[in-house]
Design a protein around this ligand. Structure first.
Ligand code: NAP
Length: 352
């Protein structure tokens, strides 16, 4: 596997290439390099503006067909697109090429084009997102503003049984979903700027909240790991794993920041002080906190992992939302649904 330094330097090159494209186009500036197992660049490409090849396709056209694609890594500044616009989806081009690993900087927030990384992950590629996250976010800032895409989002994530339970009647819950779904969670962590959990979940599970690979190693470098933040008034053990999170030392914290107020809306807004721009916040909490966030309609997106199990019983994923009748239901739209071995991952957005 390539080192974080090799991936960062390839991403820096991809950013430089991206800047050759027009900065005021309807499409974003995107660059792509393809590197071999030693980290050497074997092909490059960038997007030269609407109607021209996307960066991934441009790089693939420059690739020597004699090279073994499985050993190669495509490093691209933006998540590969998953839809047919004026050109076919990059996801299909990358999958057809047989390239083993896809690494990207920023998630695609487009209503129709997002979900490419999960599609590639589901099809068996190794996928890493969030590399050089600050630099790639800066690259896209103008495009996000032009297209009114808000990068700052609150994403509520949970893993449940088919009947919406987080645990069996005796409280056993590890693990409801399988290994592939759990690996996908780590990809989502790497894409987040901040991961929020609670004092109760830290006490129950002692989560590390790092983005890790299948070997337990950091999936992305400490500077690209999400900052862990605790919500809740209860004291959190000084020895809790969360306080060892590498993003903390990188940013000069000696322990995870803790928010102990009860005004969720203003506390979630206050998280912006930790990042340059609006943060992408992943919530990894239990049902009481998640329900409170949902009841106040503070989540922009839901990320739900569902296992084909029926558990019944009291441990519901979502509690009382204050919905008296069907017409008052919180309305959402499915952005994507993917199979991850036996499980599914669904992404839903709030209807406006
Ligand atoms: N399946 C999954 O995806 C998943 C994910 C995470 C956790 N879990 C499970 O969830 C269980 C914990 O769930 P839980 O419901 O007991 O705890 P929780 O929802 O994780 O956290 C509840 C705590 O959040 C804090 N909090 C801060 N603001 C709040 C607000 N506005 N409303 C409610 N709480 C607020 C409070 O801490 P203070 O009391 O300290 O003020 C409260 O006690 C664990 O067993 C864990 O394994 C499951």
């Amino acid at each position: 596997m390539l080192s974080h330094t090799q991936l960062s330097s390839a991403m820096q090159r991809a950013i430089t290439l991206a800047q050759r494209g027009p900065s005021d186009d309807i499409n974003p500036q995107v660059g792509c390099v393809i590197i071999d197992g030693a980290g050497s660049i074997v092909a490059e490409g960038y997007h030269a503006g609407s109607g021209s090849d996307h960066a991934e396709v441009a790089a693939l056209k420059n690739l020597d067909p004699q090279l073994n694609p499985v050993a190669l890594t495509a490093v691209v500044t933006l998540e590969p697109c998953n839809h047919t616009g004026t050109t076919p989806p990059c996801v299909v081009a990358l999958h057809t090429s047989g390239i083993g690993t896809i690494v990207y900087g920023q998630p695609d927030l487009g209503q129709h084009s997002s979900g490419g990384a999960t599609e590639l992950f589901a099809r068996g590629h190794r996928v890493v997102g969030g590399v050089e996250s600050e630099a790639t976010a800066r690259l896209l800032r103008g495009w996000h503003q032009r297209t009114e895409q808000t990068r700052g989002r609150v994403i509520a994530k949970w893993a449940q049984s088919l009947d919406g339970r987080l645990a069996a009647a005796d409280g056993s819950s590890q693990w409801i979903t399988g290994a592939k779904a759990r690996r996908h969670v780590h990809l989502q962590r790497a894409l987040a700027d901040i991961v929020v959990t609670t004092s109760a979940t830290v006490a129950a599970d002692n989560p590390a909240l790092t983005a890790r690979d299948e070997h337990g190693d950091l999936l992305v470098a400490p500077q690209d790991q999400p900052l862990p933040v605790i919500f809740g008034t209860s004291d959190v053990d000084n020895n809790a794993a969360i306080h060892q999170h590498p993003a903390l030392a990188w940013r000069g914290f000696d322990r995870a920041p803790q928010f102990s107020g009860r005004d969720l809306g203003s506390q979630l807004t206050a998280l912006a002080e930790y990042v340059d721009g609006a943060p992408r916040v992943l919530l990894e909490a239990g049902p009481r906190f998640t329900t409170a966030v949902l009841a106040e309609q503070l989540a922009n997106e839901l990320l739900i992992y569902t296992a084909p199990l029926l558990l019944g019983g009291p441990h519901q994923a979502v509690g009382e939302l204050g919905v008296p009748t069907l017409t008052d239901a919180h309305k959402l739209t499915f952005s994507s649904i993917h199979r991850l071995e036996a499980d599914t991952v669904s992404t839903l957005r709030k209807d406006h």
